[in-house]
Design a binder for this molecule. Structure first.
Ligand code: BEZ
Length: 232
């Protein structure tokens, strides 16, 4: 039977989930906020532990972007609680966000998180969901490579700036090789608009126009990129 998995641009599937912070209704409990749901293959595994610490250390950065974090794995709540305790006692880091317990794989199956490498453990997925409950991005990583959490922050920031100023963001934004830290104006849809574009914006051609973005937004995104490149 073909699996129906959620796609970018669709509403996040409605579901009730059990977490270490109680029961949540997704996506409605995060209405008016962004949320990042991220899955990991299993509790008490090394790469997952490094990821949890990395997400926890950037929790306040997500908060500053009006963004909540929620973890997920096919482990039980008891396992999550014990693992979170272990992280605090041994690494001195508190995990401040809820973790979904999904021992039956019900949520994992709805979200398409079981891939070819394992029939029982989820891949490392990331869903970035906007304040209306619409999925704006989906990332999949395998078990053997931890995610770059600063890149996820840069993505959230990029979506927020894009929505606010009606622009798309170029490769490596805000350090793009062609347009620098500027936003790309959406393509013209009529001949008249195409003729007007170069009068209103800086354009390399009528279909590649760009505009300035507020320096404070650009700087915040740049800090995420810079931190990603720096030794901790
Ligand atoms: C890890 O997080 O280290 C891991 C998880 C699942 C399989 C292999 C490694």
């Amino acid at each position: 039977m073909p699996r129906e998995i959620p796609l970018i641009g669709e509403r996040f599937p409605e579901m009730e989930v059990s977490t270490t912070h109680g029961v949540y209704e997704l996506p409605s409990d995060f209405k008016g906020k962004w949320f990042v749901l991220f899955s990991h293959p299993a509790d008490f595994t090394p790469v997952c532990t490094t990821e949890f610490v990395a997400f926890a250390k950037r929790y306040e950065d997500f908060k500053a972007l009006n963004t909540e974090l929620i973890g997920l794995s096919v482990d039980s709540t008891w396992s999550h609680i014990k693992w979170v305790e272990w992280i605090k006692e041994n690494l001195g880091v508190e995990i401040p966000f809820p973790i979904i317990a999904d021992p039956m794989g019900r949520v994992a199956s709805k979200l398409g998180l079981i891939h070819a490498a394992s029939a029982t453990h989820t891949v490392r997925a990331v869903f970035i969901v906007d304040p209306k409950g619409v999925i704006r991005a989906i990332l999949y990583y395998p078990a053997e490579l931890g995610r770059n959490v600063d890149e996820i922050l840069r993505m959230v920031k990029g979506f927020q700036v894009g929505s606010k100023y009606g622009v798309a963001l170029p490769a490596n934004w805000p350090n793009n090789e062609i347009v620098g830290d500027r936003g790309i104006v959406p393509p013209a849809t009529t001949v008249e608009e195409a003729e007007e574009r170069p009068k209103k914006f800086e354009c390399i051609d009528w279909w590649l126009c760009h505009r300035e973005l507020p320096p404070e937004d650009v700087e915040q995104a740049r800090r995420f990129l810079e931190r990603a490149a720096k030794k901790p």
